[in-house]
Design a protein around this ligand. Structure first.
Ligand code: ADP
Ligand code: ADP
Length: 228
């Protein structure tokens, strides 16, 4: 489902972020990506939804070979991948409902279908009663729940989260992790870059550690492995 074979990424400024990465992640896995700042975690994650292209090496996502993927087919690939960011990236002038409905409007679902699906995901993230709020009226944890709802509304096979609890207090972070576990229990693959030692060492999952652009550890039910 996510396959990388000897992947390198050197940015235009000459910085090499990834130095020969190989990985095989199966449907339904829950994977933490850990490592020091600047190690290449975000680059690794961005390769999966084609925010970044590899300099060398082969990547296959959901049976789609990214090496010969035409630009016009990128939106199709992204439809199967939900992305969640540390800073939420919600549209500030749209309501919670509208922020989530957006992805379904793009693919021209019927208004009836949109309404039922948006309310379904809002229920899953525990925000059914906030559909008419705008992001500014919500707490950080609630805004992250909205961004999770937005990421899963299309039923993607993969959910990618880059430090999703980075801006949240510990209590709120545990609530967000419950939502990720629920989504994973429904068969969705989850890839989450994190600096939270507490989360990784408590909710045990596969751990991939990246240092200096290389995978230095790949363990089933692994440990965080760093002091901070
Ligand atoms: P992490 O997510 O582990 O902090 P990144 O993948 O963001 O690591 O960064 C890895 C390296 O690539 C760092 O040295 C960073 O400065 C560099 N880098 C990241 N993005 C870019 C970019 N767009 N252009 C140039 N260098 C970049
Ligand atoms: P937290 O304890 O998670 O930081 P807050 O104290 O920010 O939460 O918010 C608590 C509740 O108050 C939330 O349910 C949120 O929707 C509501 N709220 C916060 N700010 C506003 C606002 N500016 N307008 C309306 N409701 C708000």
């Amino acid at each position: 489902m996510i396959l990388m074979n000897d992947v390198y990424k050197t940015y235009a400024n000459g910085v090499t972020a990834l130095n020969g990465i190989s990985v095989d992640i199966k449907q339904g896995e829950f994977v933490y990506v850990v490592g020091p700042s600047g190690a290449g975690k975000s680059t690794f994650i961005k390769l999966i939804y084609r925010e970044v292209k590899p300099t060398k090496g082969n990547i296959v996502i959901n049976e789609i070979n990214m090496t010969d993927l035409k630009e016009k087919r990128v939106p199709l690939l992204r439809r199967d991948i939900g992305v969640i960011f540390q800073d939420f990236k919600l549209l500030p002038k749209l309501t919670v409902f509208e922020n989530i409905a957006f992805a379904l409007e793009v693919i021209e679902e019927s208004p009836k279908k949109i309404r039922s699906r948006v309310m379904e995901v809002l229920e899953l993230v525990g925000l059914k009663n906030k559909a008419r709020f705008i992001p500014d009226e919500l707490s950080g944890g609630e805004q992250q729940r909205v961004s999770i709802a937005r990421a899963i509304v299309n039923n993607p096979k993969i959910v990618i989260a880059d430090e999703p609890t980075g801006n949240l207090d510990p209590d709120t972070s545990w609530g967000i992790m419950k939502v990720f576990e629920e989504i994973n229990a429904r068969g969705t693959t989850i890839l989450m870059a994190t600096h939270s030692k507490e989360i990784v060492n408590t909710i045990k999952k596969r751990v991939i550690a990246i240092e200096d652009g290389l995978i230095v550890r790949d363990e089933h039910r692994g440990e965080y492995g760093y002091e901070i």
